[in-house]
Design a protein around this ligand. Sequence first.
Ligand code: P6P
Length: 280
Amino acid sequence: MTEIFDAIKQTAIEIKELIVNGDTGKSEQENATGDTQLKLDIQSDLIIEKIFANVPSIKAIVSEEQEAIVNLHEKGKYLIAYDPLDGSSLVDVNLSVGSIFGIYENDFTADNLIASVYVVFGPRVELVIATEEVKMYRLLKGKFEFIQTIALNEKGKLNAPGSTQNCWAPFHKQLIDDIFNDGYRLRYSGGMVPDLHQILLKGGGLFSYPGTSDRPKGKLRQLFEVFPFAFVFEKAGGQAIDGKQRVLNIPTTHIHDTTPCFFGSNEEINRVLKVYKENE
Ligand code: P6P
């Protein structure tokens, strides 16, 4: 998979340039889930597809920004699902955004996920590769240099509560309030990649994007967002659930399926499991 990781590093260098100098305006198009696409979404997607097309080991790709799977190399071994620029609407207010990649074998399903990569475009460009362990690299003088291995503590201090609060189930609101009453700090930017990266680097906490009355199946996409980060959190010693079960046990029926999701260190996730079980 080295050639894939090297290709992703190249996409990051080119997308960074696009973020700094590109047009943050809206395009005339919508993606498969009906979101209006920004020009940055489309252009970052084109960068990734162009670079992946030159990697023989990639059999097929699917992007959050495109409806269908794109076949690349018939003899390739790997399938890649990716979100080219998650949180792209944050660029025009100069907040951090990111790219997310899930690397699958045989089929786009959670049990076939074998590695994941994400890139954070913030004050610095950092890239995290999860295989059997989680390794972070930083872009320094045009090259990605290894910085550290990432591991979660059993318990953290950060709470990142997502989704529309007036659509939360009452027991979910009570859970979030109780966590804050225990002294956790609010850390939520609206960008999944920096919000999760912060929890990983600060040693733990909870990120939640639950099912709600307006979005019972949540908002975040299984293949492109939730499964890759679930892989990272588990390899870093934490967990990722949908409220009841490990998200990497969830079957995918459509490539653009979403799922409620909770990512965190063990104590926080076990607290979510307990509350959700009491209210099922
Ligand atoms: P909300 C960005 O649009 C995104 O897909 C994720 O990056 C982020 O975690 C989530 O949506 C934010 O959603 O409903 O809190 O604005």
